[in-house]
Design a protein around this ligand. Structure first.
Ligand SMILES: NC(=[NH2+])NCCC[C@H](N)C(=O)O
Ligand SMILES: [Mn+2]
Ligand SMILES: [Mn+2]
Length: 313
């Protein structure tokens, strides 16, 4: 189109709802997409003059194999592989058509599919990963065995050969990835970040420089000429638990409400977005109250709206 989005053909969003929880061990995150849609996300985007093509992925849960024994430490590897392979295809179809691919999780292992889908159309894209966690454990280093802690290593091709994941060719180069919001990184993950010289802005840098400067530095690192397509993968646990409590692995000391929104606004302003993930909204955790769920769902919707162009003025 449009001056607003350099790599889109029209102001159309492919909304991909992924009710999937197999990349981690807590129940409920599969209900994230339905709650975000129930709250009105589709209508909100339509009101912002987006055409919405809703690609609901309700069949994903039926892909769970009867028998899915651990491979090494990895839990539910066949299920995760099958689901993410399907998601990759849907994302790829939307991005190829010039739609903005918006994926609602579900757990963050889904990013294996979304990022692969984007990069198979735009091999020169960059990945901006907003998270408390680096999600770059390998099958060797993961302690939990939860694959939502590992998608980045698979995408980079440093996960080794895991049977069933042959389809997932390494598409992500270490200099095309940047993190913002990190604060809970396993020691082996720190080693990987250092070894591969991956750009990472933890909460320490957010405190030190302010979010405006951090986003600018992050873009300068991976997208210095501002000419590469951007895939934004936003784990809602990047936000402080006081802002987004209803998520499976909350970590104190996170992004404020405004810092989270600023990131989305600033990335929208580049005009380079081709894909957005909103992951790890879990509206049905045990012991969670309705207000916490409501706050998390509403903040999820407003992050998405800001990434898609909502402004304060
Ligand atoms: N997408 C997430 N919320 N990931 C949390 C990962 C936590 C931990 N590093 C692990 O490997 O299990
Ligand atoms: Mn996380
Ligand atoms: Mn994550």
């Amino acid at each position: 189109m449009s001056t607003e989005y350099k790599f889109l053909k029209s102001k159309t969003v492919g909304l991909i709802g992924c009710p999937f929880s197999g990349g981690q061990s807590k129940n409920g995150v599969q209900n994230g997409p339905v709650r975000l849609v129930e709250y009105g996300l589709i209508e909100q985007l339509a009101e912002m003059n987006w055409k919405v093509e809703f690609s609901n992925q309700d069949h994903l849960q039926s892909l769970e194999p009867k028998d899915d024994p651990d491979i090494g430490k990895l839990k539910r590897p066949r299920y995760v592989s099958e689901v993410t392979r399907n998601v990759a295809q849907v994302v790829q179809d939307h991005v190829k058509k010039g739609n903005l691919a918006l994926t609602l999780g579900g757990d963050h292992s889904l990013a294996m599919g979304t990022v692969f889908g984007t990069f198979s159309v735009h091999p020169d894209a960059v990945l901006i990963w907003i998270d408390a966690h680096a999600d770059i454990n390998t099958p060797e280093t993961t302690e939990s065995g939860n694959i939502h802690g590992c998608p980045v290593s698979f995408l980079m091709g440093i996960a080794g050969n895991v049977p069933g994941f042959e389809w997932l060719k390494p598409v992500l180069k270490s200099d095309r990835l940047v993190y913002i919001g990190l604060r809970d990184i396993d020691q082996p993950e720190k080693n990987i970040l250092r070894e591969h010289k991956i750009a990472a802005y933890s909460m320490h840098e957010v405190d030190k420089y302010g979010i405006g400067k951090v986003v600018e530095m992050a873009l300068d690192r991976v997208n210095p000429k501002r000419d590469r397509p951007i895939h934004l993968s936003f784990d809602v646990d990047a936000l402080d638990p006081s802002v987004a409590p209803s998520t499976g692995t909350p970590v104190r000391g996170g992004l404020t409400f405004r810092e989270g929104h600023y990131i989305c606004e600033a990335i929208h302003e580049t005009g380079l977005l081709v894909a957005v993930d909103l992951m790890e909204v879990n509206p049905s955790l045990d012991d969670i109250d309705d207000v916490s769920v409501f706050e998390t769902v509403t903040v999820g919707c407003s992050l998405v709206r800001c990434a898609l162009g909502e402004t304060l003025l």
